[in-house]
Design a protein around this ligand. Structure first.
Ligand code: COA
Length: 170
């Protein structure tokens, strides 16, 4: 049985295995990883884990970040175990996390990813006035408006959100 559920520490080992298998070596060197390390706050209630017979085989995490003075979300990592890819699960995970995020005060979601995968899900190029903590191919820096017009208002450096407690950071 396949189900999508909120993130929980009990899935951590299976999720790490999924990430290793899906991304292979070098995943920690990515600019997305710098964003998360820089104090982004993981939001388990908005993130989604795919369970197959109770075992985590996919994930889509959402993080609270600051962009300049504004609150925003950062999506990633998104991964599906290679044995379960090409059945729509990756897209389902993204849609489920975005649906949950749409119920909150957040206005926009940013990510670094393949336009061919994320554009059909509603992502568009991120505003060029947003500065990431590392190099990125501008074509892969994308955003999704949870609220009309919210993406265009984002500008400034991506940093840790105000008020994030060290304990809530991963
Ligand atoms: C990206 C990923 C999560 C998609 O999972 P999935 O369950 O296969 O996703 P879906 O079935 O919804 O969509 C599959 C389609 O995504 C596209 N796709 C998959 N990986 C892609 C990539 N790295 N770049 C661009 N498009 C990609 C393909 O068009 C694929 O179509 P196909 O099934 O006809 O080959 C999975 O391939 C994965 O874990 N990849 C490694 C980690 C990664 O690259 N994460 C995302 C960063 S962009």
């Amino acid at each position: 049985m396949l189900e999508l559920v909120p993130d929980d520490p009990k899935y951590c080992a299976d999720v790490e295995r999924t990430l290793d298998r899906a991304f292979g070596p070098g995943r920690h060197a990515k600019t997305s990883e710098r964003v998360r390390e820089n104090g982004a706050e993981c939001l388990p209630a908005l993130s989604r884990i795919a369970l197959s017979d109770g075992r985590a085989i996919g994930c889509c995490r959402l993080w609270r970040i600051a962009v300049g003075e504004q609150d925003a979300l950062f999506l990633g990592p998104l991964a599906v175990d290679p044995d379960h890819q090409h059945h729509g699960l990756g897209a389902d995970l993204v849609r489920a996390a975005l649906n949950e995020a749409a119920k909150t005060h957040f206005g926009a979601v940013l990510l670094i990813g393949a336009p061919s995968f994320f554009a059909p899900l509603g992502f568009q190029p991120a505003p060029p006035a947003i500065a990431l903590p590392g190099p990125v191919d501008p074509k892969r820096f994308m955003g999704f408006a949870l609220k009309p017009g919210a993406l265009e208002t984002l500008n400034g450096a991506v940093t840790a959100p105000r008020g994030a407690s060290p304990a809530s950071r991963e």
